[in-house]
Design a protein around this ligand. Structure first.
Ligand code: NDP
Ligand code: HSE
Length: 435
């Protein structure tokens, strides 16, 4: 049987899963690839560190040159996270004639045009299924399976760590700090978990998907984003009372006047598919003009789901499928497409949830309602509980308001005006609502 020699650079959570699939399931990968996928080298930073996989003698190395200088190795899974040295390593591997598979979305979101252009110049390919939504094959679906469509909308839960944290806080009352540590232990979180919880990782993935889905070149840092790092457990409680769950939602909608992109904690109606996505699962709902709505659901973080996507890309690369799509689709080209025009965020329309601490005295509700009315915002429902847990009279008291549809501009302006009212004793929480 023909043999393709492959290498892994970075043997952490994902790299270890990739090595396991290649070594423990060689028969399976050989059957699916029509050739043996032979792991020749695994490059790490610290070769003395204990590893969770039994590598054959001579495979582990701390020298990238062992891969670069070996012409027999043709496919490399580049699984170092972050920007540097990952970028330089990727360029060196491309220059030495290797085809690349990667899970590093931060690198692609930041340096995609440079890396993809260089790969094309060199006649090489970069496959990146694992970079978005872990085990869900969303890149292949958008790039290939839905290519007859003009996609209109894409919304999803793209960060497994955030979804795990929110689920655990919501269902088990776990503390934020404890669940972050647990997400790190389980291998879901980035080396710097700030990227997960502040919305950066989801925005980087959304920028990649928006490029594939809408042909738009987007600077991920310009996507309005809020993470779950400031989420107050009280909002999870009120959301539940209102029959919603809070999810870190990434949204891309194509409209006449541009592309709407955002990442933020959103109240999602219980019973809708996105509200049922728990723990490290991700989900993406895509609407195409021909196919209509399509829903994808699967594990978006973790060792084996991510390794599943990486090894599938390695097989596709070994058999030549990646090269074909990579050359024809021209993704992340420096020459085209133009930068996307992002819609003015103030014109976006949606419903809102407000929670505000207010003085418990006459006229408070009237003053707040007056501000909302002034900005054309209609109130859909109000919650103010009479007693605290100890049955004491609450003052200040949390007031929760759900609105009907309003523009983001009106909702934002109303928020700052409400915050300046003397009856409002602290910052206002405002979250989007999705029914
Ligand atoms: P880890 O931090 O667990 O592993 C990183 C690996 O890179 C380590 O083995 C480390 O070596 C190695 N490394 C770092 N610097 C160098 C270097 N200069 N030379 C050689 N090796 C180096 O990361 P993950 O496996 O979690 O993530 C890898 C990539 O996959 C990231 O881009 C991440 O965003 C992405 N990803 C991760 C997912 C997950 O669930 N974890 C899911 C989807 C994507 P050593 O072990 O010696 O320290
Ligand atoms: N840290 C990422 C997440 C890994 O939690 O979604 C998958 O990209």
């Amino acid at each position: 049987m023909e043999k393709t020699n492959v290498a892994i650079v970075g043997l952490g959570t994902v790299g270890t899963g990739v090595a396991r699939l290649l070594l423990d399931h060689g028969d399976r990968t050989a059957r699916h690839a029509g050739r043996t996928m032979w792991l020749k080298k695994a490059v790490v930073k610290d070769p003395t560190k204990p590893r969770d996989v039994d590598l054959p003698k001579g495979v582990l190395t701390d020298s990238l040159d062992d891969v670069i200088d070996d012409p027999e190795i043709t496919v490399v899974a580049q699984l170092i996270g972050g920007l540097e040295p990952a970028r330089t390593v990727m360029l060196r591997l491309l220059e030495s004639g290797k085809d690349i598979v990667t899970a590093n979305k931060a690198l692609l979101a930041e340096h995609g045009p440079e890396l993809f252009t260089r790969a094309r110049e060199l006649g090489r390919s970069i496959a990146f299924e694992a970079a978005v939504a872990g085990g869900i094959p969303i890149i292949a679906n958008i790039s290939q399976c839905l290519s007859a469509n003009q996609l209109r909308s894409l919304e999803g839960i793209l960060n497994g760590t955030s979804n795990f944290i929110v689920t655990q806080m919501d269902e088990n009352g776990s503390s934020y700090e404890d669940v972050v540590r647990e997400a790190q232990r389980l291998g879901y979180a980035e080396a710097d978990p700030t990227m997960d919880v502040d919305g950066t990782d989801a925005a980087q993935k959304l920028a990649i998907l928006a490029h594939l889905a809408f042909g738009a070149t987007v600077d991920w840092s310009e996507i309005p984003r809020v993470g779950i790092d400031q989420l107050d457990p009280n909002d999870l409680k009120y959301a539940k009372e209102l029959d919603y769950r809070i999810k870190l939602l990434a949204v891309a909608n194509l409209a006449e006047d541009g592309l709407e992109l955002s990442v933020g904690p959103t109240l999602v109606r219980v019973g809708t598919p996105l509200a049922e996505v728990r723990d490290a699962f991700n989900a993406i709902r895509v609407i195409g003009d021909a196919v209509g709505p399509v829903f994808y659901h699967g594990l978006g973080a973790g060792q084996m789901p991510t390794a599943s996507a990486v090894v599938a890309d390695m097989i596709d690369t070994a058999v030549g499928r990646t090269r074909l799509t990579f050359q024809t689709l021209e993704y992340f080209s420096i020459d085209q497409p133009p930068r996307a025009k992002l819609r003015d965020a103030d014109t976006l329309v949606g419903r809102y949830y407000y929670r505000l601490p207010v003085a418990n005295h006459p006229g408070t509700l009237a003053a707040i309602a007056t501000v909302l009315a002034k900005h054309g915002i209609s109130i859909a429902s109000v919650i103010q509980h009479e007693k605290g847990d100890g049955s004491q009279h609450l003052d200040p008291v949390p007031l929760v308001i759900m609105t009907h549809e309003a523009t983001e501009g009106a909702a934002r302006a109303a928020t700052s005006e409400i915050e300046s009212l003397s009856a409002v004793t602290g910052p206002v929480v405002r979250l989007r609502v999705k029914d």
